[in-house]
Design a protein around this ligand. Structure first.
Ligand code: PEP
Ligand code: MG
Length: 368
């Protein structure tokens, strides 16, 4: 027992001394953040804020969607803001002194709303007795229904279409950081915009966010710098990364969506639909959702890194798709010269180890 623990410790110390990649965690709760830190995480590379709107808070998102006036919408946002502020305070405390990349809300809104069929049946069965709320809800669910929600109103698109939503989150981040700083902490927020395909989208969000950061600085008297960056998870974003870098202080590669959109494979259905058969037939040896596809997705990452650096030398580059914890993918990230990989807390030791091995392998090939 003890000997094994010591051996693992020695290997990790060796890997940490050798590696050039930083290793961060994908974490959305203070508990996950604390666990990740025990595993050696050097910050949070992805906090998926949509996970904070489940459970009881669904109701508040429903109110936001159902708001018919500016005032109703503002009330819904005002109810969400203090909850978000508390969420972020918890993360900043757990990761005190380390970067915390907070991604603004990403998924399609209908994920927070009742199912269209279920609700239609409920309203139909109730007939004249259907509640006004259910009727309005049905209208909203119909309005937001999409055939391909993963290619629809999500990420930055949602932030631009629902006024005040991203602003509420940015304010919560800034106020949480100010509060932690006042309490003697060292919060290091980074604000990340999802599913950007064009620099224009990012510019619009960035401008609003910078205004809010300035407002909070004035109102709290505390200046906590927060970088604003973007995910690169659409082929168009990778190809136009030179433009996007004008408005982004960092890139984080979202290889889950980037794999989906590069291949045209649904990340949710690929295995059940045909990929298992592909593997059986030996057409591919491994799923591109597990190990980063160097020829397609990897090529886009190389292009984006190069373009981004041309516009903004030294731009911070990371990866936060599932590949961030896959050994072969970690080697690829080292080769491309990313600054960090971010993965789920339990994969952190493997990522540290592989980052060390990748650095040593590169040394070996340099000296040859
Ligand atoms: C990604 O697309 O790789 C990513 C990290 O974001 P999500 O998995 O939340 O879509
Ligand atoms: Mg994504």
């Amino acid at each position: 027992g003890d000997e094994l623990v010591q051996a693992v410790d020695r290997i990790m110390t060796w890997a940490d001394a050798k590696r050039r990649l930083q290793v961060r965690a994908n974490a959305d709760t203070p508990e996950d953040a604390a666990r990740a830190r025990r595993f050696g995480a050097q910050g949070i590379g992805l906090c998926r804020t949509e996970h904070m709107f489940l459970g009881e808070r669904r109701q508040l998102v429903e109110n936001l969607v159902l708001a018919e006036t500016d005032q109703e919408r503002q009330e819904a946002l005002d109810a969400l803001e203090p909850l978000q502020r508390q969420d972020f305070i918890g993360l900043f405390e757990a990761m005190d002194g380390l970067p915390v990349t907070i991604r603004l809300i990403d998924p399609p809104l209908h994920e927070f709303l009742p199912d269209l069929t279920e609700l239609s049946v409920r309203v139909a069965v109730a007939g004249d007795d259907a509640t006004p709320k259910d009727r309005r809800l049905l209208e909203a669910v119909r309005r937001l229904h999409e055939q391909n929600p993963m290619l629809g109103l999500r990420g930055v698109r949602l932030g631009l279409v629902i006024p005040g939503l991203f602003a509420m989150q940015v304010r919560a981040i800034a106020e949480a950081a100010a509060e932690c700083r006042k309490a003697g902490g060292d919060p290091r927020p980074e604000i990340m915009i999802p599913l950007v395909g064009a620099v224009q989208e990012l510019e619009a969000v960035r401008e609003e966010a910078l205004g809010i950061l300035e407002q909070v600085k004035q109102s709290t008297g505390v200046d906590v710098p927060a970088m604003i960056g973007t995910m690169i998870e659409l082929p168009r974003a990778a190809l136009t990364a030179g433009q996007i870098a004008e408005a982004a202080e960092f890139f984080s590669f979202g290889t889950n969506d980037l794999t989906q959109t590069t291949w045209g494979f649904s990340r949710d259905d690929v295995e059940s639909a045909f990929f298992g058969r592909y593997l059986e037939l030996g057409i591919f040896g491994v799923s591109p959702f597990e190990t980063l596809d160097r020829d397609g997705v990897g090529r886009l990452i190389r292009i984006a890194a190069e373009e981004g650096r041309r516009t903004r030398p030294g731009i911070k580059l990371g990866i936060c798709g599932e590949h961030g914890g896959d050994p072969d993918s970690v080697h690829f990230c080292h080769e491309v010269g990313l600054d960090y990989v971010s993965c789920s807390p339990f994969r952190i030791p493997v990522a540290r180890l592989e980052a060390g091995r990748a650095a040593v392998a590169a040394e070996g090939s340099d000296s040859r």
